[in-house]
Ligand binder design. Structure first.
Ligand SMILES: Cc1cc2nc3c(=O)[nH]c(=O)nc-3n(C[C@H](O)[C@H](O)[C@H](O)COP(=O)(O)OP(=O)(O)OC[C@H]3O[C@@H](n4cnc5c(N)ncnc54)[C@H](O)[C@@H]3O)c2cc1C
Length: 395
């Protein structure tokens, strides 16, 4: 007998969204996370307009800002700097993103899920899937005290991020060719912060992202080819990352009074595709379903959106006992993200060729229509026609 209808592995944006929508429909949901919440997560900490709108839909607020009871900053567009070339682009009128600490927004979303009735167990690491023939029927996890746990459910949702154990256990994870690592830190005293996400690009695919995250702080994330960063620890890591940032002339001045608060988090590589698959009793969401590169800052939107469209499919599947709705969800999700994924690959490749990259920035910057369209597409800006996908109530 199943203990739960759905086990959600991972309580990041995709896990909490799925847990919230399903539990709100009467589904018995258990959400497990290996970490103790609130926890930090290596991230540029900027949510684009699409992510902010999705948060509102998921949490049930027309004006999601009314519900935010934590510090955050408004973001109204992008600024990209490469050498002496600068491109600025604003989101369409009325659309905005936010810069916000991940531990705060993720905890807020976990609360949305538990208030809707999901059970949340933290410090509980999933180790592998349980199979019956070709079907996934549950997970083996480790309790906070180190006890092995066997938990069964009709569906296991892998929302466990880049290094997904669920994807690994299903043997569908792969390593892509792009080998980049990133270092993420919080800065006090950073000068010249605006309401824009700023990207400073340098040689060999180096990208430094900067965003205000509320309370006068900034997030700085430095992404480099893995072979340039190697394994760095502690104080050495902070010095190295600051040195990389100060090599950009504009940042040198703006960083003069900046101080790092807390730990510098490292992660990578990010290029983690998954094989096309369909496995009975299992679905992958968010980064676990494949990730490429953080340059365009769309990961949180995708995590939220993929779970938003997965929830009705999972509910239908539970009610009918058929797997077809989940199969269809995978097709719909891949279709919805296909253009954005191609654009991400194109932008990353372009950024590796400085002369072409700068010409492209100048060209886009000179044509307002192009500039605005790019901000709209990368911002996943909500369209009038994109309704909240309703989740049916269970009988
Ligand atoms: C350097 C960097 C910068 C980024 N910057 C941005 C940005 O500015 N804006 C943006 O939109 N996106 C950004 N992203 C992408 C964004 O962080 C992710 O796309 C997003 O967090 C995906 O959400 P998720 O719920 O799929 O996974 P995650 O947020 O990674 O959550 C996964 C959860 O699963 C848990 N977990 C993992 N393994 C297990 C296990 N075995 N058992 C139980 N729990 C487990 C983890 O503890 C974690 O809480 C960035 C990514 C990187 C790497």
């Amino acid at each position: 007998m199943n203990n739960y209808d759905v086990i959600v592995v991972g309580a990041g944006p995709s896990g909490s969204t799925l847990a919230k929508l399903l539990a709100g429909s009467g589904v018995r949901v258990l959400m497990l996370d290996a970490e103790s919440f609130p926890r930090r997560k290596p991230c540029g900490e900027s949510l684009n307009p699409g992510a902010v709108a999705a948060l509102g839909r998921v949490a049930g607020y027309t004006n999601v800002e009314q519900a935010f009871d934590f510090p955050y900053s408004h973001l109204n567009g992008w600024r990209v700097v490469s050498g002496k070339t600068t491109l600025e682009a604003a989101y369409p009128k009325g659309d905005f993103g936010i810069g916000c600490r991940r531990e705060v927004i993720d905890q807020w979303m976990v609360q949305q899920a538990t208030r809707a009735g999901a059970i949340f167990e933290q410090r509980t690491r999933v180790e592998r899937l349980i199979w019956e023939g070709d079907r996934v029927t549950g997970v083996v996890a480790r309790s906070p005290e180190g006890r092995p746990l066997t938990i069964r459910a009709a569906i296991v949702a892998g929302s466990d991020g880049l290094r997904s154990v669920v994807a690994r256990s299903a043997k569908v994870n792969r390593y892509g060719p792009l080998r980049k690592a990133a270092f993420t830190m919080r800065l006090n005293g950073m000068q010249g912060l605006s309401g824009k996400v700023e990207l400073f690009t340098g040689p060999h695919g180096k990208v430094i992202g900067l965003a205000p995250i509320g309370g006068g702080q900034a997030n700085m994330t430095v992404a480099l080819d893995s072979n340039q960063s190697s394994a760095l620890a502690g104080r050495e890591r902070s010095a190295y990352v600051l040195q990389e940032a100060r090599a950009i002339p504009e940042l040198f001045d703006r960083l003069i009074e900046a101080e790092i608060e807390g730990e510098v988090l490292a992660c990578g590589p990010f290029d983690r595709p998954v094989l096309p698959h369909f496995i009975e009793g299992m679905v992958l969401l968010g980064d676990a379903a494949g990730y490429y590169d953080p340059l365009t800052g769309q990961g949180i939107y995708r995590a939220l959106r993929s779970s938003e469209i997965a929830a009705p499919a999972l509910l239908q599947s539970l009610q009918s006992g058929r797997s077809e709705p989940i199969r269809q969800f995978v097709v719909d999700r891949n279709q919805e993200f296909a253009f954005g994924t191609k654009l991400q690959h194109f932008i990353e490749r372009l950024n590796r060729q400085p002369l072409i990259w700068r010409s492209a920035l100048r060209l886009v910057g000179a044509v307002p229509l192009l500039r605005n369209k790019l901000a709209e597409v990368i911002g996943d800006c909500p369209k009038e026609a994109q309704p909240c996908i309703p989740v049916m109530k269970s009988p």
